[in-house]
Design a protein around this ligand. Structure first.
Ligand code: ZN
Length: 142
């Protein structure tokens, strides 16, 4: 599924996830991927200007879902709500092959490009992003 460099990046994020902590009662409910057993939830810190200060995740799951969550959380600093929604939408449509884009400009997330050819694993990669979308929706309803 992955070449060696990509595999190394994914395993690094899997073993040492960034921005991961116990969210206790913060954040949204867990989203689950029953096929694989992945489970993740997300919380967003907003700054005073309505932009994202930090995205956190809590979860357990396979290397793909954990690495995707870890890399995702690094992507949203200083983004507005609508910018963040667009990024989530772009990523999930690339993963579902609904877009003519690829992940070439997405930094380390490019390591997940190979997943698009494995439909069973696409859900693993997109689960954290759906969880973030829920957190953004929650913000909108405030
Ligand atoms: Zn998985």
């Amino acid at each position: 599924m992955f070449d060696d460099l990509y595999q190394e990046i994914i395993l690094d994020h899997y073993k040492s996830p960034r921005n991961s902590k116990d969210l206790e009662d913060r954040g949204i409910a867990f989203l689950d991927n029953p096929v694989c057993g992945d489970s993740v939830r997300v919380a967003v810190d907003w700054n005073g200007e309505g932009r994202i200060d930090k995205v956190w995740f809590e979860g357990k799951g396979c290397a793909i879902s954990t690495a995707s969550a870890s890399m995702m959380t690094d992507l949203f600093q200083n983004k507005s709500l609508s910018e963040a929604e667009k990024i989530c939408g772009d990523f999930t449509s690339i993963m579902r092959k609904e877009s003519d884009q690829d992940l070439a400009d997405w930094g380390e997330l490019e390591s997940l490009q190979g997943v698009v050819n494995y439909p069973a694993r696409v859900k693993c990669a997109t689960l954290p992003w759906h969880s973030l979308e829920k957190a953004l929706e929650k913000r909108k309803s405030l």
